[in-house]
Design a protein around this ligand. Structure first.
Ligand SMILES: NC(=O)CC[C@H](N)C(=O)O
Length: 380
């Protein structure tokens, strides 16, 4: 269903884009960011790392394959708002059970269509990610300066802790596929389904734990290793998760972290994180794996990054021995992975689970399994 009810997107710098209401009607606030994937809108919408963000799709035509029940990465849509150029008028796919417009409306997600997403993306690229609001339905009657004041009263992403919003409230268990290696403690900061699947396929019994779990509760499941997931928010506002991770590392447990998990490993080891001007969001980002010299095309979704020298060995300021940057983003030379040299811990800033593709980085789950197997052999 496409209609022409008016809607407006307002950026905190005062820029306004007029378009049509898409999805639910009303008002929504969030940080405006752009995502460059040509495919995978369902995976984008259901990625918990997008909580608190209004996502702009740079691909102009969205919704062609509708919405199916197999591709979601979590139990619901998490974006705060959705911006597209040209929504598909027809749904054409054998798996589709509904249209994207209906799915957004059903989930209460306020969107806007018919705006110049290319101009908007250039604005966000030049001025940086910023607070924004979408106003439709009765909220279009608000005066422009009133709408702008509402946008400017919204939360800044820097300093925001959103983990409690997205995490499970009680533990869930996914059995290992094939030969069982042992229990894996996964701290759920917004974990994606494909990550759980990949870990289970490597022989882990995957225990997804609430984000406020204590070290004692975590150790009580007798994990052979610990994993920290991706997730929304500013890693600098996640002191409790960093403390928990230091406890895990002090126990000598092998550790793997993805995205938010990479930023928290960096902080646990004593490095700083910082906010990127507009971030990396898409499925076509080149990354160098320094260990092999191989360049991978990878999926990204991050607005913050770890601050560390790209070359050479660093001494952990927190006493965890030597560490190095393992992966480098080739578009802007941003840290995309960390490896500790004296403890069994590593992490990547990007997404080896890579829904909706590409799968170049899938080997990282094997690397984690190998690390745990070696650790178990050493301890036995
Ligand atoms: N996907 C993620 O884990 C994102 C991590 C963090 N919220 C960031 O924006 O950088």
């Amino acid at each position: 269903m496409i209609d022409s009810e008016p809607a407006v997107l307002v950026l905190e710098d005062g820029t306004r884009y007029s378009g049509s209401a898409y999805g639910a009607r009303g008002r929504t606030l969030g940080e405006a960011v752009f995502a460059t994937g040509m495919t995978g809108y369902q995976e984008t919408l259901t990625d918990p790392s997008y909580a608190g963000q209004i996502v702009v799709q740079t691909a102009p035509h969205i919704g062609n394959t509708g919405v199916n029940d197999e591709d979601p990465e979590s139990r619901r849509i998490w974006v705060a708002g959705y911006v597209v150029r040209d929504p598909s008028r027809v749904v054409s796919n054998f798996r589709a059970t509904r249209s994207l417009d209906d799915d957004l409306a059903g989930n209460g997600i306020v969107g806007i269509s018919g705006i110049d997403t290319r101009a908007l993306t250039r604005r966000l690229r030049d001025a940086g990610a910023m607070r924004a609001g979408i106003f439709s339905g009765a909220d279009t009657a608000l005066a422009a300066d009133e709408q702008l004041a509402i946008v400017r009263s919204g939360a800044q992403m820097a300093g925001l802790n959103l983990s409690a919003e997205v995490s499970v409230s009680s533990a869930t268990v996914t059995p290992a596929v094939g030969e069982r290696l042992g229990n894996l403690a996964v701290l759920d900061l917004g974990v994606k389904q494909r990550t759980i699947d990949n870990l289970a396929e490597r022989g882990f019994e995957v225990h997804v734990l609430p984000q406020d779990v204590t070290l004692e509760e975590l150790l009580a499941i007798e994990p052979v290793a610990v994993f920290y997931s991706n997730g929304p928010g500013d890693p600098a506002a996640s002191g409790d998760h960093v403390q928990l991770l230091r406890g895990v590392l002090d126990e000598g447990l092998p550790f793997f972290g993805i995205c938010f998990g990479n930023q928290l490993l960096g902080r646990a080891l004593g490095l700083e994180t910082y906010k990127l001007p507009f971030g990396h969001r898409g499925i076509n980002q080149p990354v160098l794996d320094k260990a092999t010299g191989r360049i991978e095309i990878t999926a990204h979704n991050h607005g913050f990054a770890v601050d560390a020298p790209l070359e050479g060995v660093i001494e952990s300021p927190n006493g965890y021995g030597r560490l190095e940057v393992s992966h480098v983003g080739l578009n802007d030379r941003v840290v995309e992975g960390l490896r500790a040299l004296d403890i069994p811990a590593f992490s990547v800033q990007y997404h080896p689970e890579a829904a909706a593709g590409p799968h170049d980085a899938n080997y990282l789950f094997d690397r984690f399994r190998d690390l745990v197997v070696a650790d178990l052999a050493k301890k036995n």
